[in-house]
Design a protein around this ligand. Structure first.
Ligand code: GDP
Length: 468
């Protein structure tokens, strides 16, 4: 009798202590998601209690309570697997290559076996924490505002964006749209062609370092590549009276009607579908941002990144009157903003980078609350491509970086300059001294742990409480 009660109690406790955590990793293109997840898996599966020491800020690893971490088959069979092996092989190639970047959603599952600490250690010695890690493009989150806009309102918003570089890049598709008789019967091929020009325009914006791109799926379509739902575009040349007239006069099979239909389908099926099927099910979210490349580029690139990130952050501003709250009920309890590629700067600049990230999130000091969510900020290098060295010049010692520069594959020693700790002012852009190169990853031998900077700060924030 006693044993059966005890068994039941034990089972109850086991179920209570073996937990699953659904972790989402996002960020705009090139923010470092693939590098980050590859390194995260690598750091975790290489925790070895005998030689461990590569994750000093991660308490459970430091206390040698992690018995082992394994990759196990994921539960959702319809989501592509995160290709850890291929990424690791790229890094181990000779010469080493950066892994292929995120193009759609992917998943991986890890089992973390650990010794309980504190109260639970008396009841149950070891537990397992299952981690489901999802990777998805931040561009998909830029579509959130669409849910609140009809086709006309969205077109109007896009009209307001058409300035400077964007206006230049938009010319080809805009000319074609203007020539289209919107009341005529729609020809699929013509629609596909103009949509292709529109997509090329969005891609060009992206290549020029502009980040605020809508609709997000057009530049990262994943399985929707070539589908008619991605073959529409905004109508920027229409005035209010033209919209009114078209709504009254356009026939159901006209270009105007089909464009409206496709916009609505995109909004209701693709955008809403992503939020319903994925977004609301995440427990914890990491948002990656590469703040350094835009600083290196130009003021417009930086402002555009800021705009893109602000749009992205809106997905996490839960409050009574927020759009996201009215539509979905996400349950995220922890959110971390991570400035990536910190191996591009010397270690003394890391606090500035963290502070800049914080400023970007809080919109230049205006406090933005992520209600009910514990929020963290950090700066990391998932795959450290440089080494910090001390250089002597005119009797003074400086910290500098050494690595293989991507553009000419030569080993260089550079001093990248200082990172602004606040949102850069006009003066900063006038006397901009910040300058850095892209680097190639360092050679990695089979069985070697990926060199990193501060990945353990993320692990502690993300898993610390769950492994207590
Ligand atoms: P994704 O588009 O968000 O998946 O971005 P990736 O992870 O593919 O990273 C894009 C590029 O940024 C890589 O190809 C590298 O050139 C660079 N990168 C990413 N992480 C790091 C890092 O930790 N250090 C350095 N030096 N470069 C990085």
């Amino acid at each position: 009798m006693f044993t059966s009660i005890q068994r039941e109690v034990n089972q109850f406790i086991n179920r209570g202590l073996d937990r699953t955590l659904r972790i989402a990793v996002t960020g705009l293109s090139q923010s470092g998601k693939t590098a980050f997840i590859t390194s995260l898996i690598n750091q975790l599966i290489n925790i070895d209690n005998v030689t461990n020491g590569h994750l000093p800020l991660f308490e459970a690893a430091r206390q040698q309570r992690i018995v082992g971490v394994k990759r196990i088959p994921q539960i959702n069979l319809n989501i592509p697997r995160f290709d850890y092996e291929a990424n690791l092989n790229s890094l181990m190639a000779s010469p080493p290559q950066w892994p292929q970047s995120t193009r759609g959603v992917s998943e991986t599952r890890l089992a973390v076996r650990y010794h309980n600490s504190g109260l639970f250690s008396h009841i149950k010695e070891k537990s397992t924490l299952y981690l489901d890690i999802f990777d998805y493009p931040g561009e998909w989150l830029l579509d959130l505002p669409l849910l609140n806009l009809n086709y006309q309102q969205w077109s109007l918003e896009q009209q307001n964006l058409r300035q400077g570089l964007r206006a230049e890049l938009a010319q080809t598709w805009l000319e074609k749209t203007k020539k289209l008789d919107l009341t005529a019967m729609a020809d699929e091929d013509i629609l596909a062609q103009i949509a292709k020009d529109y997509t090329a325009y969005l891609q060009a914006c992206k290549e020029q370092g502009l980040h605020f791109i809508q609709p997000g799926r057009f530049v990262l379509p994943a399985e929707l590549e070539g589908a008619p739902v991605l073959q529409f575009f905004p109508l920027l040349h229409l005035a209010e009276k033209d919209w009114k007239k078209l709504k009254e006069e356009a026939k159901p099979n006209s270009y105007f009607a089909i464009l409206n239909q496709r916009y609505d389908y995109y909004k209701n099926k693709v955008v809403k579908g992503f939020y319903e099927n994925y977004f609301v099910h995440f427990d914890r979210q990491l948002i990656l941002a590469d703040c350094l490349t835009p600083i290196n580029h130009s003021r417009q690139a930086f402002q555009d990144m800021q705009e893109g990130l602000q749009q992205l952050f809106k997905n996490f501003h839960y409050g009574k009157r927020r759009l996201i709250n009215r539509l979905f009920y996400p349950r995220i309890d922890k959110l971390m903003f991570i400035a990536t590629k910190a191996d591009h700067i010397t270690s003394d600049q890391i606090p500035n980078l963290v502070s800049l990230m914080r400023q970007l999130v809080q919109d230049g000091g205006r406090h933005v609350a992520f209600e009910g969510i514990e929020t963290g900020f950090t700066a990391i290098a998932a795959i450290r491509a440089t080494k910090q060295v001390l250089v002597e010049q005119e009797g003074k010692t400086f910290k500098a970086l050494q690595g293989i520069r991507s553009k000419d594959k030569r080993q260089v020693t550079v001093y990248p300059g200082s990172v602004p700790s606040r949102l850069p002012s006009i003066d900063f852009w006038q006397q901009q001294k910040f300058d850095f190169d892209q680097f190639e990853p360092q050679p990695l031998e089979s069985g070697e742990i990926i060199p990193h900077l501060r990945m353990d700060s993320v692990l502690q924030f993300l898993l610390g409480d769950k492994l207590a």
